[in-house]
Design a protein around this ligand. Structure first.
Ligand code: C2E
Ligand code: CA
Ligand code: CA
Ligand code: CA
Length: 279
């Protein structure tokens, strides 16, 4: 449409202009945020059976905006994903997460894998594996202490390329999770072709798993599927004891959600890991 030039100008309404300028303004701000170090990571623990046993931490990005306060990733990640900005953010997240692991390692804390969210664009790019392996080496962190979360939809866009990249990540011993599992409405045949470790049950199914038999059944099916494929299963967005009871009765053992822990800053994570260590 771009090359049709001026003839199309009549379709470009003031409303569209305002949306576009807002978007580009936002992109510029995201760029500045990277330079001015306005991002930080928080970490949400995944608990095995009870609160005491932490088996992983998911890194979640936050933006301390100078005037708007803390902005949720749900607001800016989708915009960043429309341009190459997402690559810069993803690389920042990988760097920060591994830097944090190094600091916890230096403090002699009991380490657990840190899971990061990667965009699809980044997963299939040539630069991901070299970048990660360099960072692991620079910080002296074992690949087994890094986990990558990819949403189901992303895996289906370019399955052959995903298979190759994941095989390379496996060589580095990096773990791979399918995020928001069950929302992709897809054929499941891809599951056996990819080197996966974990399925994360989307929180939309967890939310009412104790109230509606449809949701209970979907959780049950995912838990059985994971078991039969020899994958770990994690329930995310767990908020109540009643959800935990139902999910446990279905065979789920790992939980992530406000019922156990909210995403936390570094200092709280240090306390938590220190407690785990002394037990
Ligand atoms: P996600 O990967 O599905 O992350 C889980 C989201 O659920 C997080 O929201 C988390 O704070 C929230 N959550 C955790 N437990 C509960 C609960 O019990 N109840 C409810 N209602 N919510 C819970 P958050 O941090 O706002 O992140 C939103 C999304 O933004 C993430 O969804 C992920 O897709 C994306 N995202 C977050 N951090 C990053 C990042 O560093 N890089 C990229 N590419 N995407 C990110
Ligand atoms: Ca995630
Ligand atoms: Ca998720
Ligand atoms: Ca999500």
């Amino acid at each position: 449409a771009k090359d049709k030039g001026r003839d199309n100008a009549q379709f470009f309404t003031p409303k569209m202009a305002s949306i576009v300028s807002k978007k580009f303004g936002f992109e510029k701000e995201i760029n500045e945020a990277l330079l001015l170090e306005q991002f930080h990571l928080v970490f949400q623990p995944q608990a095995f059976m009870g609160k005491e046993n932490i088996v992983a931490l998911e890194a979640l990005i936050r933006w301390d905006h100078p005037t708007k306060g803390i902005i949720s990733p749900a607001e800016f990640i989708p915009i960043a994903e429309e341009s190459s900005l997402i690559m810069k953010i993803d690389e920042w997240v990988i760097d920060q997460a591994l830097k944090q692991q190094k600091s916890w390692q230096d403090q002699g804390l009991a380490l657990v894998p840190v899971a990061i969210n990667l965009s699809g664009r980044h997963l299939v790019s040539d630069s991901l594996v070299p970048y990660i392996s360099k960072k692991l080496k620079d910080y002296g962190i074992k690949g087994g202490l890094l986990e990558i979360e990819i949403t189901e939809g992303v895996l289906l866009q370019d399955i052959e390329r995903c298979i190759d990249v994941m095989a390379e990540l496996k060589i580095l011993n990096i773990k791979i999770s399918v995020d928001d599992f069950g929302t992709g409405y897809s054929s499941l045949s891809y599951l056996k072709r990819l080197s996966l470790d974990t399925l994360k049950i989307d929180k939309s199914f967890v939310e009412e798993c104790d109230l509606h038999t449809e949701d209970t059944s979907i959780c049950e099916a995912i838990i059985h599927l994971a078991r039969n494929l020899n994958l770990t299963v994690v329930a995310e967005g767990v908020e109540t004891v009643s959800q935990v009871r139902v999910l446990k009765s279905l065979g789920c053992e790992i939980f992530q959600g406000y019922y156990y822990y909210k995403p936390m800053k570094n200092d709280q994570i240090v306390c938590l890991l220190a407690k785990t260590h002394s037990e």
